[in-house]
Ligand binder design. Sequence first.
Ligand code: ADP
Ligand code: MG
Length: 379
Amino acid sequence: MNLRDAFESAFGTAPDGVWAAPGRVNLIGEHTDYNDGFVLPLALPQGVVAAASTRSDGLLRMASLQAEGRIEVPVDTLTPGSVTGWAAYVAGTVWSLRAAGHEVGGMDILVDGDVPLGAGLSSSAALECSTALAATELHDLAIEPSTLARLAQKAENDFVGMPCGIMDQSASLLCVRDHALFLDTRTLQTEQVPLDLGADGLALLVIDTRAPHRLVDGEYAARRRTCEEAAAALGVPALRDIEPDHLKGALDRLPDEVARRRVRHVVTEDARVLQTVTLLRAGSTREIGPLLTASHESLRDDYEVTVPELDTAVDAALSAGALGARMTGGGFGGCVIALVEADAIEVVAGRVADTFAASGFAAPAPFVAQASAGARRLV
Ligand code: ADP
Ligand code: MG
C-alpha cells in the first residue's frame, strides 16, 4: 500500500500533501558541533516521508508505518513529557513551532521511513524535519530553513530529551544533491561543497555495523561536559576558538590527561574539516581519504568513542583498498564510512563482512550513499 492510501485508511481522508526529509551521514567533523566547530554532512537517499493534513479541532493525530497504533493529543496541551516514544519527535516539533509563536493547529500525520533506526544516520532528524516542513507549509508559515533547523533541534533537546547538536537537522533541511554541507555550527553559515563522487569514479560506502549502542547517552554527556570545562579552563567560549597553532600551548595548560586528549581531538578535527573542504573545492577528492582515516584514529585514541566493531570495519575497509575510512555519528556503535574506488565497492564490503563473520560480530549492512536532496515537498 502506498503512503497516500495508508493515510486514507488511517484517517479517512486523502492527505493535503506529502513531504520528505532525508537522513544524513557526516563525511567529517565528529563531536565538533557542540564545540561551536565545523561539520560536513551529506543527505542520504533514505529518509522519512510524511503525509499530512490540517484539522480544525486542534487535535494532533500521529501514525507511523514503522510503529503500532495511533497517538492523539490536543496541540494546546503539548508539553515536554506529555508524549513519549517515537511520536515525541513529531509532537515535539509541533510543540517547538508553537512555543516559538507560530500558529500551528491540529493535524493528521502519517510517516514512513527507510533510514535504519538508531544507526547514527539520523532517522530522528528526518522525522522531525519532515514534520516541520509539513506543519509550516500546511499553515503557510514562512520560516528560514536554518531557523527551522533550530526549532527541530529544540524539539529533540527539550521535548524528546536528547541533547543533540544542530548538525542533523541542518543537514536534513539544507543539503542539496551532489554536495556536502559545510556548516559552521557557531554562525550557522553554510556552504554547499561539490561532492559528485560518481563523476570521479569513487563511491562512499556506508557500513551499518549493527553494533548495539552501548553507554551512549552517559558517555555523550560526559564528552560534552569535559569539553565545556576545558574551554572554561582555557578561557575561551568554546574549543572551536583554539587555533591549531596554539594547541600545544593550550594542552600544556590542562592538568588532566583525559581532557588534553579530548581537546586535541576537537581542535584537530576542526582542522581536518577545513582541509577536507579545501581539497573538495579543488577537485582533489581522492586526497581526502587520509583525513577520514586520521579522524577515525583521533576518535578512537583521543576521544575514545569507538567500539571493536567500528575499529574492525575501518581496518578491514582500509586493508581491502579503501582510500580512507572512519566511524561516523556519535560512536559507541552505528556506522562506518569508507571512500572507495567505484570498482572496489564489492571487495571492500566483502572484506568487512568476512572480517565481521570471523570476529563473531553480527553481519554488517553496507550501502552506497549518494549525496541527495534535502527536505522538500513531494506532492
Ligand atoms: P538515529 O537518529 O541515529 O536513527 P535516534 O535514537 O536519534 O537514532 O532516533 C531513532 C528514533 O527515531 C527511533 O527509535 C524512533 O523513535 C524515531 N523514528 C525515526 N524514524 C521513525 C519512523 N519512520 N517511524 C517511527 N519512529 C521513527
Ligand atoms: Mg538521532
